[in-house]
Design a protein around this ligand. Sequence first.
Ligand code: 13P
Length: 253
Amino acid sequence: MARSIRPLVAGNWKMNGLKSELAIAGAVATGCDAALRQAVDLAICPPATLLAALSDSLAGTGIATGGQDCSREASGAFTGEIAAAMLADAGARYVIVGHSERRTLHGEDDATVRAKAEAAVAAQLVPIICVGETRAEREAGRAVAVVCGQLAGSVPAASGAASLVVAYEPVWAIGTGLTPTAGDVAEMHVAIRAELGRLLGQEAASGVRLLYGGSVKPGNAAELMSVRDVDGALVGGASLVAADFLAIARACA
Ligand code: 13P
């Protein structure tokens, strides 16, 4: 299909992956033919322990790597934290910030997510800012308002199209096998683009890649990826199976 924005398919391995699982990324690289490479940007976000090795092993393949989180701080006495510059130093191009698992399990609010996104940009990384409503918020008819509120609070003020990716991940769709209807995804992505226009100006907003995430699988990817204003996918579980991740990427091409 004709796309005005080059799609991005990013795999979020979450807290999965030992050194032996680097072979998954090797299989993705091997299975990514020239046509796919030309049509879609691919990225894999492994646990931080694998980032340097994965970046090295994917060098020259065109497949990028990313972190799953970063500190809002640049350096210093923050035991256990990882600075954005460290991710960049390990070869990352992207970093996921504000994933719902971070927002929920680690109490990260919009201001924290924005500070992390700013730290990412300062380290020349592209933040993938995640937003999404809970089941209760959707049932209360508040999904669009919640997501637009998260954007207003999380997106750095001066973001340009090249320095920002937004991932819409409904909390209730993550890891559940449930997905919104194509119509609900379209409504949300159009609303996200409009809110980004309000926040950043139309020109910047029109070029920001908007990913859908939440139970994207080979069987539903073609439908989800054909939705208006969906410019790719953020893939959890299916990114741990090379053939599935590649099938999802092909659905974007
Ligand atoms: P699943 O694809 O496993 O639902 O996870 C989605 C996600 O959280 C990606 O960041």
